[in-house]
Design a protein around this ligand. Sequence first.
Ligand code: HEM
Ligand SMILES: [Ca+2]
Ligand SMILES: [Ca+2]
Length: 204
Amino acid sequence: MDKTLLILLGLLAAVGAAVFLLLPGPTAVPTTGGVPVVRTSAALPSVDGTIKPGEYSGKVDLVGVEVDWSTDKNALRIGLVSPGTGWVAIGLDPQVMMDKANIILGAVVNGAVVARDDVGTGLFTHGPDTSVGGQDNLLAAAGREADGKTTLEFAIPLNSGDSADRPLVVGQTYKIIVAYQATSDDFSERHSRRAAGEITLTAP
Ligand code: HEM
Ligand SMILES: [Ca+2]
Ligand SMILES: [Ca+2]
């Protein structure tokens, strides 16, 4: 083989190895949201738009909205069932009223789920994390509308590392707010009913 070619090949291999070593390793949770890519196992709730009995470890009812939740090492999975056909939302760890809550909203529009990672931007306002320099950290979302009810299931990182979110710690109890719209899928439409409660994140 030609000597220059050998040197070139050697160089290529060295550069390849260097790039490989410099690449960041796989992170536990992706920091950009979007399409469902979630590690699932039989023991974990699957984000498929249907909540089966016993699928989640915790459950509470707030103004007619069923809230189910489970944690694993890195993620919080939530299932919501609202008595309406509009949007449904949960806000985690608000400071005052809606402010600073990590709000996830979802709606089923023409059979497809639309979900967004928001933040409480004031006492009665919220907006996408991306509008305040944060990221949409939804790992997965699925939904279903049937018999006048809306089911939303989603997963988020316990610690997104996002400036718009605060880390969630297993073992802690957090205040939550829940709201739904009876008929409108428009996230800027105010709730029909809303309530506050709390959840304790038990170990997986
Ligand atoms: C554009 C959407 C929204 C608007 C315009 C809005 C507006 C308001 C307003 C005007 C109030 C005070 C009056 C009332 O008690 O009804 C309120 C309270 C409240 N909202 Fe919203 N809201 C929106 C979305 C949400 C979402 C997505 C959630 C939950 C995830 C939520 C949770 C609450 C709660 C829990 C309260 C009561 C706070 C308290 O009294 O401590 N809201 N909202
Ligand atoms: Ca958020
Ligand atoms: Ca976020």
